[in-house]
Design a protein. Structure first.
Length: 259
């Protein structure tokens, strides 16, 4: 079983005492940065809907990006991202065996790096998958990555004897995966809250993002290999609800606010 999650805009650049690996699409990232370096601060502001300060910060990040970076300017991807999903993943508390399993079974989709392993060395960046960055391959990053992401996921599925991919990424990021080229069965869990207000269960973004990370952690820690075992997920008070679920879209529900 392979599980995929999205990256995060927020970064945690704390030093980590772990051995890092080189991203498979390091050269693609360098090529994209070369394209991004032609953008003005105003272009970056418009492209990613940023403030002036954030646009300048990311202009500087693109300028400082190295094709073959030294370890001191990089951090392992699963530790460097610090958004809601990563609060659920809690990579820093995984032990060495769990990290080793995650390195084979957890993938992070990235606008800049394509597909990342948890311990892949990344440099600070911000480039959302939905960005309409024009390249020689097309008008946006979906065009740029084409079937590359699916091919990489297929290869890892084959390497780990996995035939299921658990999609815990956002629509923006998983939309970059060419489903026609993907050979793995896709399971997309839904995480819902019940406010008991007569309006029924609903998805609340913050909690759903955190739950996606918690699901990835559950798969890693329990060494989940089957869809049936996936349904035992109960972190944070969630429980599988068969009557709300579909075969490839299991629903997990808990009372709101979370207990």
């Amino acid at each position: 079983m392979i599980v995929v999650i999205s990256p995060a805009k927020k970064l945690d650049w704390t030093e980590r005492d772990v051995a890092m690996t080189t991203p498979d699409f390091q050269q693609n990232a360098a090529d994209l940065v070369k394209t991004a370096r032609d953008l003005t601060v105003s272009d970056i502001k418009s492209l990613m809907k940023l403030s002036d300060d954030l646009a300048k910060l990311n202009r500087d990040r693109f300028a400082a990006f190295e094709e073959a970076p030294a370890p001191d300017v990089t951090r392992p991807a699963a530790f460097a991202f610090a958004g809601d999903t990563y609060q659920g993943l809690e990579a820093a508390s995984l032990d060495a065996d769990e990290l080793a399993f995650a390195q084979d079974h957890l993938r992070i989709l990235s606008g800049l790096y394509g597909v990342l392993r948890p311990l892949d060395a990344i440099q600070p960046y911000r480039l959302e998958m939905g960005s309409r960055l024009k390249t020689q391959r097309g008008k946006n990053l979906y065009d740029y990555w084409g079937s590359d992401l699916s091919n990489a996921l297929n290869a890892q599925g084959a390497a780990t004897a996995s035939d299921v991919l658990v999609n815990c990424a956002s629509q923006e990021y998983f939309g970059a995966v060419d489903r026609d080229a993907l050979k793995l069965r896709v399971i997309t869990p839904q995480f819902m809250e019940d406010k008991n207000d007569g309006k029924g269960p609903r998805i609340i973004s913050f909690y759903a993002k955190k739950a996606r990370g918690a699901m990835a952690r559950f798969i890693v820690q329990k060494r989940i290999t089957s869809v049936d075992a996936l349904l035992d997920f109960d972190t944070g008070g969630y429980a599988h609800v068969p009557e709300l679920s579909k075969p490839d879209a299991p629903v997990f529900l808990r009372p709101y606010p979370a207990c």
